[in-house]
Design a protein around this ligand. Structure first.
Ligand SMILES: [Zn+2]
Length: 65
């Protein structure tokens, strides 16, 4: 079984700095919580995977609390 891992760069919703996240394309559209590499604040990433198995869009929002 192939693993489809892709790296994407997102802008941290807390500090605005870009950082890289690892996305498992085989899991389909998903929501991930990733800690910013720069300010360590958690960010909620809503990732949409299209029918071709590619990243359609990524939205990043700060996680409060
Ligand atoms: Zn940050």
């Amino acid at each position: 079984m192939n693993e489809l891992i892709e790296f994407a760069t997102i802008d941290c919703p807390s500090c605005g700095e870009p950082f890289e996240v690892e996305i498992d394309l085989s899991a389909g559209s998903q929501t991930l919580i990733e800690d910013c590499r720069v300010c360590c604040a958690p960010a909620e990433l809503r990732i949409e995977i299209d029918a071709e198995g590619a990243i359609a869009s990524i939205e990043a929002e700060p996680v409060n609390g």
